[in-house]
Design a protein around this ligand. Structure first.
Ligand code: NAG
Ligand code: NAG
Length: 202
């Protein structure tokens, strides 16, 4: 072999090596974790803490039926029902003798199962005793998902409001009769436009 052909052979080998290694780099950059989409139906009990004000939220997410329910118990306080429909109508009411109800028309419907798409990956952190992947969505919500089970563990809003996910029952549904806002929601004196979502996005 002449020295020129040796140089060419080595160059070709290099090119082959470089080209065949490239897919590895592509694979590694694709392996940035992405958040698991929400199951289309689930029930979750959330322990909420907003600067020391505590709440338990019963969350019923029901995408196929276009509805989402937050039943919010303030510590030693009010039990508030926040019923959201995908057409943008939300009802906030109590079921006690006060018969309170507010309705709101919101431009966006309920959260889509893939609402975390495009969130920025921040790495792994321990939260609530679980090792989690963490993402931030538009500097609005920090979302922590268990790296093993892929279940949500915790989320936190830019306001400081925090949700600790206590249960996560995939496929659980609330019976239809419970999704009926009370009759006093339908007298139109209570209408208030422009309210924001009480539930996840307060
Ligand atoms: C709630 O959050 C505050 C910080 O805002 C913290 O000091 C407090 O310990 C938390 N309470 C509970 C019960 O987690
Ligand atoms: C949206 O759907 C709910 C439940 O069916 C209904 O009560 C409400 O009136 C609807 N809102 C609009 C604007 O159609």
């Amino acid at each position: 072999m002449t020295s020129l052909s040796r140089t060419i052979t080595i160059s070709i080998l290099f090119i082959i090596l470089k080209t065949s290694f490239r897919p590895c780099f592509i694979v590694s950059s694709n392996s940035t974790p992405i958040p698991t989409p929400w199951p289309h139906q689930f029930h979750s009990i959330l322990f909420m803490n907003y600067s020391g004000s505590l709440q338990i939220i019963d969350l019923w997410y029901d995408w196929p039926n276009g509805r989402n329910f937050n039943i919010i118990q303030d510590q030693l306080g009010k039990l508030l029902y926040d019923l959201e429909w995908n057409n943008g109508t939300s009802f906030f009411y109590t079921l006690d003798s006060n018969k309170e109800c507010r309705t709101a028309q919101i431009e966006v419907g309920i959260l889509r199962p893939d609402w975390l798409d495009g969130a920025k990956y921040l790495g792994q952190r321990h939260v609530d005793g679980f090792l989690c992947n963490v993402w931030v969505k538009v500097d609005f919500i920090w979302y922590y998902e268990d790296i093993v089970t892929k279940r949500p563990v915790h989320w936190a809003f830019y306001t400081g409001r925090e949700a600790h996910v206590m249960t996560f029952e995939v496929g659980a549904t609330l019976e239809d009769a419970k999704w009926q806002a009370p009759v006093y929601c339908f007298d139109h004196r209570n209408e208030a436009a422009g309210l924001t979502r009480q539930s996840l996005f307060e």
